[in-house]
Write a protein that binds this ligand. Sequence first.
Ligand code: PEP
Ligand code: MG
Length: 400
Amino acid sequence: MRIKDFGINEIFDSRGNSTIEVGIAVGNGLAFYSSLPAGKSRGSEEAAVLPFAAASSAANRKRLGAITNRDFKTQRSFDEFLIALDGTKNKRKLGGNVMLGLSMSFARGLAAEKREEVWEFLQEEFFGASGGAAVWEPVIFSNLVNGGEHAANNLDIQEYMVLAGTKGGVKSAVKKLIAFYGALGERLSSLKRAANIAVGDEGGYSLDFKNNLEPLAILADLIREKKFSGSFRLGMDAAANGFFSDGKYRFDGKTVTTGNLAAIYERYFKKIPALYSIEDPFAERDVSGFSLLSETLQDKIVVGDDLTVTNRELIGKYAGEGIIGGVIVKPNQAGTVTEAAEALREARDRGIKAIVSHRSGETDDVFIIHLAKAARAYGVKIGAPVRERIFKFNELLRIV
Ligand code: PEP
Ligand code: MG
């Protein structure tokens, strides 16, 4: 495919912050666009994000001019060209956000050229077409209580998630999740005697709790009730970079060591049998915490996010060491579609669970749902089933 022209526009994400949309024109009046979400609790090794002004500066547009009027036959060859053109480790020259926007738009263009759905094209390109019509029953990781950097409340833990299986169909899972979200709102209103409860960045409820355990206990009680019994498991994203400094954690108002925190989490898992997964339980530099916790958890998973930043080598390393049983895949941590696909392949080859994820600053771009389907990922992590988050739920309904 030959790119005739490209454009970078300023748009705004779900927090009202500036982000970019990147388009390519491929001739015959055809153009493809992609928009870029933004993370707030970011891993330090994530691909660089250039603000709109730098992304669309004359100097950057000149550098990017090299992609026009050149034939690229595959996604990989286009992405490799971008990576070489940028030439830095963290994609700071062209911008990881600019590169991913071009990369996703290119994938959309190639899929259209082949008269295929984006997920079909990605499956053939990266995951072997043999999966073909096989069923995909992703677990939906839906964040219903927000804390940490995503909310103005007293929770150190960033996300309390309900894990909804889709074996009975995506539609019934989504309906059940929506009903559960409503029931949780009512439960929180009555428990906290509050008529109005705020929501955080990902649509989950945001209010003060007694401690970091209380939301889990409330969620566990609610899923035991007759109407929801057996429907959901629970998961957390501690995003522990956010409460780590000088080698210690600030948790429930106390300063605790890595060992203390591991013991606290172990207690959570014992008290709440429905709790299945914990993401970034320790800071990305505190690898010892991950091994400590993984050793003691059976049939449960520790998930890497800021730890692994959608990087194939890091995923291979930590999966190989047995300290993660699952991994978050966010294309904008990597900066090209090919590298995100490689991260998914690495997870598959290492036998760990891959969960394709949104960012807390959301746009209406649904590309990640197609990537997740192409890879037959274990799960998709897409926030509460409301507001701007609903676009990804709806894309699941369309394509699964
Ligand atoms: C996360 O930590 O998993 C997350 C989605 O948050 P953010 O997008 O702010 O990094
Ligand atoms: Mg995370």
